[in-house]
Design a protein around this ligand. Structure first.
Ligand code: ADP
Ligand code: MG
Length: 607
């Protein structure tokens, strides 16, 4: 007896479905692609319970005749290619003719469709791969696919489904991707009767992003548009300081197809180094266009992953384009114009020092309790900011007003920005009322940025200032640290710290950087020796050592600093906006956040 038999179509379809239909979101993906291929200008996606109980995709595309509709459910039935040669000139999303039969084999599928030229539509019902009925129906031109009882014929597959929330998230993600790639098509997404978004067909990517991801994101985006050797990278990326805890909002399209590309993902993350905190991810809606011959899309069954012929070319180009956009975004930031506060003439916020002598000065602010952070003994604030302003080699920025990344409301270029100090919140944040909303400034982050650039500049042009200690501070180190210090004494001297050996493992600190309080000489030396031992800094590391030391010092200065008075705050802002990146501290954390009036309106449900 023969052992081999040909699989029935139904079984073959179910096997194919295993590859194409991983989860409800794959159905959404395939059907939306079909709608796009059908030339739809409006697509509605509705689902319930993460797509497991119900999915409906409806479009106003070309529709199908009854004959074609029946054929479309057969394996390898496609209108998109006729021969293998057609693959080279493919412009459609689909071409394998596998999606519909696969979906039909593992669910209850209702296909309703009508061509504009036809009087009536066709209604076909298939359950687990078997035809239940086909009949005429009335409907507007286009196609409506309704899927229920997903995986009814393959119960084992149901077990692999994740929670409703997870499956829903995948559907939302996929629909967003297509909506982003096709701003000319109007998309509606409905989850359990709730409309998640409804986008008009519009031309601008930024509008679409706002419709899909909420209005508040738009002000935090900057534009990228660069071209090189037949490649073009365009889209929107997060302004420096704006980051996410996951890569879910790093969306990349290659030739308008949403893809996962390690190359571009890495390029993005690398480019944001220093602009966002470690372990966080940038936001990006990036579109790479390049000749189809330069990319291989057919490496993944769901066409998700791609490869580039010349990975390093693409990577280099992407990094240059992103860095360029980031750089531009920070140099066009306009310094805010601070107006005199409208409130009392007494400073709102005294510099509160835990001086052992004398009582804490009274404060006119409405803060009810003493901020905890400032109760610990604090170090004298560094010299008057005014004095240092003159020494600091700070990059000048153009003063004319240009639309900045961090604002989203007032695009009327003539309005001069006005930051009016309102008061302090949660002890760390200075609040400002502006013409376009509210700004919250993390004064410590701002000060870190200012100090970082000031110190870095002094390291670079070798103008580090140090102060000789009247009474050298003796320190004893463990033997390894002692060797490290001896080997690097000259290097540290370049950064204002002088330590001379006197006896085995003993040193005398003779000078410290001017910004450092004498009382911290020993702990600072200890930290630098640690950095040296861990290999973070050394005289061979050049600029990266300088950056690390400047970062370390800026953090140190700020830890002990006292909240600025109002006048100092004005100066701090002046200085912040002269730095190369006023939006973020040296670790990439935001220095200030702006909440637009429109966002406030939205939250308060005001029209
Ligand atoms: P493919 O997209 O790879 O051709 P599918 O199984 O997804 O294969 O679809 C089979 C065929 O059914 C398509 O080639 C197309 O002709 C037709 N079709 C599917 N969905 C639609 C739709 N929404 N509107 C019009 N025609 C459609
Ligand atoms: Mg298809």
């Amino acid at each position: 007896m023969a052992k081999i038999s040909i699989l029935s179509d139904q079984v073959a379809n179910q096997i194919a479905a295993g590859e194409v239909i991983e989860r409800p979101a794959s159905i959404v993906k395939e059907l939306v692609e079909n709608s796009l291929d059908a030339g739809a200008t409006s697509i509605e996606v509705e689902f319930k319970k993460g797509g497991t109980s119900f999915i409906r995709i409806e479009d106003n595309g070309c529709g199908m005749s009854k004959e074609d509709a029946l054929l479309s459910l057969e394996r390898h039935a496609t209108s998109k290619i006729q021969s293998a040669d057609d693959l080279n000139t493919l412009t459609s999303m689909g071409f394998r003719g596998e999606a519909l039969p696969s979906i039909a084999s593992v669910s209850k599928l209702q296909l309703q469709t009508r061509e504009a030229s036809s009087e009536s539509g066709t209604d076909i019902l298939v359950n687990g791969g078997s035809l239940v009925h086909d009949r005429d129906c009335g409907m507007p031109p286009g196609t409506r696919m309704t899927i229920s009882q997903l995986f009814n014929s393959v119960p084992a597959r149901r077990k692999f489904l994740k929670s409703v929330a997870t499956e829903s998230a995948h559907i939302v993600h996929h629909t967003r991707l297509y909506a982003l790639a096709h701003p000319e098509v109007s998309f509606t997404l409905i989850d359990d009767g709730r409309t998640l978004f409804r986008t008009p067909s519009c031309a601008r990517l930024k509008d679409r992003v706002m419709e899909i991801f909420g209005k508040q994101i738009a002000g935090k985006l900057i534009e990228v548009d660069a071209a090189e050797k037949g490649m073009r990278l365009s889209g929107l990326i997060g302004a420096p300081g704006h980051s996410r805890s996951s890569r879910h909002e790093m969306l990349i399209f290659v030739n308008n197809r949403p893809v996962e590309s390690r190359t571009l993902g890495y390029a993005l993350i690398e480019s944001y180094y220093g602009h966002i905190p470690k372990g966080r991810y940038p936001v990006a809606f990036l579109f790479l266009e390049l000749p189809p011959s330069q990319v291989d899309v057919n490496v993944h069954p769901a066409k998700r992953e791609i490869r580039f012929r010349n990975e390093s070319n693409v990577r280099g180009f992407a990094v240059r384009a992103i860095l360029g956009a980031l750089k531009e975004s920070v140099t066009i930031v306009t310094p805010p114009v601070l107006s005199k506060p409208v409130v009392a003439s007494a400073p709102l916020f005294e510099t509160v020092q835990a001086k052992a002598t004398g009582p804490t000065p009274p404060r006119a602010s409405v803060l009810s309790s003493e901020p905890v952070k400032r109760e610990s003994p604090v170090v004298e604030k560094p010299e008057s900011l005014e004095a240092e302003k003159k020494e600091a080699a700070i990059v000048p920025v153009p003063t004319q007003r240009v639309e900045t990344a961090s604002e989203q409301v007032s695009s009327s270029a003539s309005i001069e920005r006005d930051w009016r100090f309102i008061g302090w919140a949660q002890s760390d944040f200075a609040l400002f009322d502006t013409d376009s909303g509210i700004v919250m400034l993390d004064w410590k982050a701002a000060q870190k940025r200012v100090w970082y650039e000031r110190l870095l500049a002094s390291y670079r042009n070798r103008s580090v200032e140090s102060q000789k200690l009247l009474l050298p501070v003796p320190v004893e180190l463990d033997p390894v640290s002692a060797v490290v210090l001896t080997d690097n004494a000259e290097f540290l001297e370049g950064y204002g710290l002088e330590a001379a050996p006197f006896g085995r493992n003993f040193f005398r600190i003779e000078a410290v950087p001017s910004w450092l309080p004498e009382s911290e000489a020993e702990s600072y030396l200890g930290e630098l020796v640690d950095l040296l031992r861990k290999g973070g800094i050394s005289d061979k590391k050049g600029s990266s050592a300088q950056e690390l030391l400047a970062k370390h010092a800026a953090n140190r200065v700020v830890v002990g600093a006292v909240a600025p008075s109002e006048t100092e705050l004005v100066e701090l802002l002046d200085q912040l906006f002269q730095t190369s990146n006023p939006l973020a501290d040296p670790d990439g954390k935001p220095a200030y956040i702006e909440i637009a009036r429109s966002e406030l309106n939205r939250r308060f449900h005001k029209s």
